[in-house]
Every structure is written in structure tokens, then in C-alpha cells.
Design a protein around this ligand. Structure first.
Ligand code: CA
Length: 218
């Protein structure tokens, strides 16, 4: 899952970026309102984390532009203080949730999971398919009686497939969702991750649809 962070504070931005990376999200970070809006308009994100006080264009302007353009990407607003006016304005403009500074990393991750889950129409953080069960909150994967340790990339890729069983994801879609900007991607990176997952879970766990991509069966 790919997340856009629009935040000009270097300390908060660095902390959020690291926390989301550790939780296997791919994250793009822009530090002013103009480039943030441009990124949100061009790229396909599962979530936008939006600071309000930003250089060049503030968070409210970004949110209202995106919603006017019919963007359905979930937005969590990061506010400096618990100002009720900001919350009302944000909700009216189409925000999905709020984080009030200072917030804990655990709260950031829980709200991120909740908002992206609602957007995908899932009721809980457990993704399951046949014998496979992936807990999005703890990162634990089980197959029948067995529990598996996944690398961050393996977890990120399998999570994308399990969100919508039956949907085929192409190599470029997977690359886009697993890697952020400035990350070197080997040409066979996706194939290597799939190979590792199949080694752990069995060949049939992930189906290759020739020429199109990969899926898990419905
Ligand atoms: Ca700010």
C-alpha cells in the first residue's frame, strides 16, 4: 500500500516515514502544499496524511481541490492542536480522520489501518483466503497450523493480493504499491518476492496469470 505524506515539519515527517516503512507501507513524502497536491493528483495512493499548515498551499486548499476533482483517496488530517473548528472544516471538506499532534506512532498506525480498511470495505484487520490468514495489525501470517515470518516486502505484496482475492495485479501495479520514490527496484524484484512467498506458502498460494500478473484465488 502506498501512502502520500504531505508534511513540512522534518522531525514529524521523519518519524511518520520511518513508522510506516517499518509497517511495510511504501511512502512518498512531500514537504510543501504545491508538490503535495501535484503528487496526489498524479499518483495512485491508498491514503494521504495531510498536515494543515504548509508552505505554498495549506492542507484545507489541497483537500478541497482533491474532493472537487472527485478524488476518493482517504485523507487523514494532521492538526497542530485539538481545534474543533479545524475538525469541522476538515470533515466538511471530505477528510476521513484526524491525528492531533503530538500523537503516538501506535495511534498513527491504528488510524492508518482503520481508514484504509474502511476504504476497501473490510470490517476488521484480518485478511483471510482459504487456509491463509494475515493479520494486518500484527503482521502475523498463518496457514492452517503453521505461522510464517515474512519480510516487509513479502508482507506488503501478500497484503495487496489478499485485499481483493480474484483481482489480478500487474507487475507495475505491485511495484508502484510496494516501492516509494527514490527506491532502486531491481527488474525482477516482484518475481523474487513472489518466489519467496511461494516457497513458504506452497506454489498454489499465488496464481500467475500469464502476461497479466498475479492473484490469489477467490
Ligand atoms: Ca506544518
Amino acid at each position: 500500500m502506498r501512502v502520500l505524506l504531505i508534511e513540512d515539519d522534518p522531525l514529524i515527517g521523519t518519524a511518520i516515514q520511518q513508522a510506516l516503512k517499518d509497517a511495510s507501507y511504501s511512502i512518498d513524502w512531500t514537504k510543501d502544499g504545491l508538490s503535495g497536491l501535484a503528487s496526489a493528483q498524479i499518483e495512485d495512493y491508498s491514503l494521504i496524511l495531510l498536515d494543515l499548515g504548509l508552505p505554498k498551499k495549506n492542507g484545507f486548499e489541497i483537500l478541497s481541490t482533491l474532493r472537487e476533482e472527485n478524488s476518493k483517496t482517504p485523507v487523514i488530517i494532521i492538526t497542530a492542536q485539538d481545534a474543533i473548528e479545524d475538525k469541522i472544516k476538515g470533515l466538511d471538506l471530505g477528510a476521513d480522520d484526524f491525528l492531533v499532534k503530538p500523537f503516538s506512532i501506535d495511534e498513527l498506525l491504528a488510524r492508518t489501518r482503520a481508514v484504509t480498511r474502511r476504504n476497501q470495505g473490510a470490517a476488521s484487520s484480518i485478511l483471510s483466503n482459504g487456509e491463509l490468514t494475515l493479520d494486518n495489525a500484527t503482521g502475523e501470517l498463518t496457514k492452517g497450523e503453521d505461522t510464517f515470518n515474512l519480510s516487509a516486502r513479502e508482507f506488503a505484496l501478500l497484503r495487496l493480493l489478499l485485499i481483493k482475492p480474484g483481482r489480478i495485479l500487474s507487475k507495475s501495479e505491485l511495484e508502484e504499491q510496494i516501492y516509494g520514490w527514490n527506491e532502486e527496484i531491481a527488474s525482477n524484484a516482484v518475481e523474487v518476492i513472489i518466489h519467496e512467498l511461494r516457497k513458504k506458502l506452497g506454489k498454489d498460494a499465488i496464481k500467475n496469470v500469464r502476461g497479466l500478473g498475479w492473484m490469489v484465488k477467490k
